[in-house]
Every structure is written in C-alpha cells, then in structure tokens.
Design a protein around this ligand. Sequence first.
Ligand SMILES: NC(=O)C1=CN([C@@H]2O[C@H](COP(=O)(O)OP(=O)(O)OC[C@H]3O[C@@H](n4cnc5c(N)ncnc54)[C@H](OP(=O)(O)O)[C@@H]3O)[C@@H](O)[C@H]2O)C=CC1
Ligand SMILES: O=CCCC(=O)O
Length: 266
Amino acid sequence: MEVGFLGLGIMGKAMAANLLRHGFRVTVWNRTLSKCDELVAMGAAVGDTPASVVAKCKYTIAMLSDPSAALSVVFDKDGVLEQIGEGKGYVDMSTVDAATSCKISEAVKQKGGAFVEAPVSGSKKPAEDGQLVILAAGDKALYDDMVPAFDVLGKKSFFLGEMGNGAKMKLVVNMIMGSMMNAFSEGLCLADKSGLSPQTLLDVLDLGAIANPMFKMKGPSMLQGSYNPAFPLKHQQKDMRLALSLGDENAVSMPVAAASNESACT
Ligand SMILES: NC(=O)C1=CN([C@@H]2O[C@H](COP(=O)(O)OP(=O)(O)OC[C@H]3O[C@@H](n4cnc5c(N)ncnc54)[C@H](OP(=O)(O)O)[C@@H]3O)[C@@H](O)[C@H]2O)C=CC1
Ligand SMILES: O=CCCC(=O)O
C-alpha cells in the first residue's frame, strides 16, 4: 500500500517510520524539508509540496501541529486541495477542533475526494511502537481502506461516525489528561514540600485505585526534573483551549479544566 505522509514532527516522524518498517511505500513532506532526510534514509520518497504528495498517492495522511497548520496544508498554494479528487483519500490525524475537520471535509468532498479525521491518543513511544489509539470519523469507506495502515499505527481503532466526533473525542480525552496531570504535579509538589518522599508517593499511587500508565510513565521523569518533550506543552495548551471551547458550545461548565488551563499558562 502506498501512502503520503505530511508532517514529520515528534509523532509524524515515528508514524511514517513505522509504516516504512511494515513495508508501506511512503512519500513524505514536511514544511521544514530537511526533516525528511531521516525518512529518506529509511526508504521514503519525498514530495516538494503537499499537492505533489497527494498527486502521487491514493491515500495521504497528515500529522500537523494545530488547526492553523491543518488548514494551511489543505487550503494554501501547493496544498492538498490542488490535487485531491475522485478516488483519492485524505486522513488528518492531527488534534484539531471539529469545525476545522468539517471545513476540510467539505472542501475535500467538493473536489471529489474522501476525508477521514483520525486523531490519536498515545504519545511518542506508542507512535514508535504502533500502539496508538485511533479515534476516526467521517467517510466509512475510506476508513475501511485505511484499516491496514491503522493496524500498523495503532493497537485499536474506533470509527466514531459523523465528521467531528473524532476531534471531539480526542479533545475530551486530552482535557481529562491535562487536568489530571495538573493534580499529579500539585500532589508531587505538596508531598515534597510537606516532608514526604515523592518517590514513595509514586509507589503508593501505583498500588492504589488511581494507578495509571500516565503517572507511571511521567512520574520518574518529573522527580528527576527531566522534561524532554514527548507531548509539547504548547499542544496540550491548544487542546485544553479547544476542549474549553467545546464545553462553551455545549453549555458545560468545566472549572477544573479551566483552572488547569490557567495553571499551564503561568
Ligand atoms: N506529541 C504527542 O504526544 C502527541 C501529539 N498529538 C497531536 O499530533 C499533532 C502533531 O504533534 P507533534 O508531532 O507532537 O508536533 P510537533 O510540534 O513535533 O510537529 C508539528 C508538525 O506540524 C508542522 N507544522 C506546524 N505548523 C505548520 C504550518 N503552518 N504548515 C505546515 N506544517 C506545519 C511541523 O512542521 P515543521 O517541522 O516545519 O515545524 C511539524 O511537522 C498535534 O496536533 C498534536 O496535538 C497527538 C497525540 C500525541
Ligand atoms: O495528544 C497527545 C497526548 C499524549 C498522550 O496521549 O499520551
């Protein structure tokens, strides 16, 4: 199967490499083209523009930072829209809001193409290991076509129905994650400042009802003050803001998420 892959950041680089390792023919593009070099060394081809990648590949995946980037890659000069058409599919796996997904979907469909939104849960290591959780919605036929790729990229894929449901599910998940990580950070600080061993706190948490892979993964690094980004704070902040907007749209009060969003700003 041949796929195009737009966006080789922390996640895209790992995901494209995984597809290559599993025998997919991959044509990559990145705004900073030099980031393609590592994938070329693994056998990837390079497209000079998003449009050239879409022209070459029946299916093209995108993994971009935010709504602005996702829209730019589709609508700007040399963008996806210039080459998408009948028989071609576009799959945006970025974390964006439902409105962005719907805007891209309408434009792609007007050109005769098919679109699936498929944001993912899981960070750098699950991306490297093909253990992502894929939260897809939109064109079911394209989703079915993409299952071989999704099976390489993830441990589980959900088809959530109408366009926008994937984006919304992802934002709910990341709102919960951002809020819990704030509580976790405050707890570690409180333990330390009140004379307790933060390591013992990690041990207690890992034995109790709130044990979870995120605390188990992030806790030791936090104790060591090692913050090499796997999920950049700017993206978590973006997700909190988009989730709060989703709450506003649905008249849902979320004071914990709002406070967490504020604390991330400071
Ligand atoms: N990191 C994580 O743990 C996870 C991230 N996500 C989501 O996945 C997406 C990618 O995240 P991640 O890989 O960490 O992000 P990075 O910041 O590492 O990479 C962002 C990518 O988007 C590209 N980009 C940014 N702005 C533009 C633009 N205006 N036009 C074209 N390309 C642009 C960057 O290109 P360039 O290299 O030129 O800057 C880069 O390829 C985000 O939506 C994020 O929220 C989802 C799950 C987990
Ligand atoms: O959006 C990315 C969050 C990171 C994760 O799901 O572990």
